[in-house]
Design a protein around this ligand. Structure first.
Ligand code: G1P
Length: 300
């Protein structure tokens, strides 16, 4: 078992997807830039990485993703205008995203799947364990998951995935894990993985959600991974290889997540995330909740 000695510091965020479910909003705007209340979805994800201690962030981008780089960079013109107006609150909000993390970018070129996107991170990551955060999954900041996964990786070595129980009828939308219990009831050993199985063939109702802490041996496995489901190189297939042969790069464990997760890649869930987070905001919440209450009682 390969035990990590250096604290994990690098996060990889694949962000090359086309966002076709949100057309036409995503025709000229990356889906990661769609606002959740008043922050682009991707900023929540970078904040989550930083909160878990991962302040070196590599984004895997593609064509038409320039706004992502601009968002995490300085905007001197805007900063100067706000400074001149003495609008310190907005100035701080503008600077927040550029001060957040050390950002790096690499372009995926050919969109050959999530596994291929992660492989694009190999030169930057080197041989240390690293995290992968999928931008479509928002994990509520009050339900920390990634920091727990980092702890589990430091304890067991190998790789750690995040699992959530879903309705068996929904399992075809996710990677699915076969698991064995460990002494810790929130951690399981993963014995097998299958990408988006038919419900009849699913080994469990444990769905893989978009947070991973991976041993760097996953890169070698990905180089050998043939295209799988949808003709794409699947990260799930590489993790299946690791789970079935721990000699390749340590075991695969799963952290069972029971907190709040929003799939902002789905329009319904995206709307639910906005309503929920807006209701809970100190500045917007009180008015918005009043309006929502009367809207629901009077109009629905
Ligand atoms: C990806 C992964 C899948 C995982 C899901 C979580 O699928 O391939 O294993 O369950 O993210 O959101 P996607 O939703 O990108 O098709």
């Amino acid at each position: 078992m390969t035990q990590s000695r250096t604290r994990i510091s690098k996060a990889v965020i694949p962000a090359a997807g086309l966002g076709t479910r949100f057309l036409p909003a995503t025709k000229a705007t990356p889906k990661e830039m769609l606002p959740v209340v008043d922050k682009p979805a991707i900023q929540y994800v970078v904040e989550e990485a930083v909160t878990a201690g991962l302040s070196d962030v590599l984004m895997i981008t593609g064509r038409n993703k320039r706004p992502l780089e601009d968002h995490f960079d300085r905007n001197y013109e805007l900063e100067e205008t706000l400074t001149r107006k003495g609008d310190d609150t907005r100035l701080a909000r503008v600077q927040e995203s550029s001060d957040l993390a050390t950002m790096h970018y690499v372009r995926q070129g050919d969109p050959r799947g999530l596994g291929h996107a992660v492989l694009c991170a190999a030169p930057h990551v080197g041989d240390q364990p690293f995290a992968v955060l999928l931008g479509d999954d928002l994990i509520d900041a009050r339900d920390p998951l990634l920091s727990r996964m980092v702890e589990v990786q430091e304890q067991h070595g190998g790789s750690v995935i995040a699992l959530m129980e879903v309705d068996p009828a929904q399992i075809h939308l996710y990677g699915c894990a076969a698991v064995k219990p460990t002494v810790d009831e929130s951690v399981v050993q993963v014995t097998g993985l299958v990408e988006k199985p038919d419900p009849a063939d699913a080994p469990s109702n444990y769905a893989v959600i978009g947070r991973y802490v991976l041993d760097a041996s996953v890169f070698d496995v990905l180089r050998r991974t043939e295209p799988g489901r949808g003709g794409e190189i699947q990260l799930t297939d590489a993790l299946q290889a690791l789970a079935s042969d721990p000699d390749l790069g340590g075991p695969v464990h799963g952290v069972i997540f029971k907190g709040r997760r929003y799939d902002t890649g789905d329009r319904g869930d995206y709307l639910r995330a906005i309503v929920r987070l807006a209701c809970e905001r100190e500045d917007l919440g009180p008015d918005f909740r009043d309006w929502l209450r009367s809207y629901v009682t009077e109009e629905m």
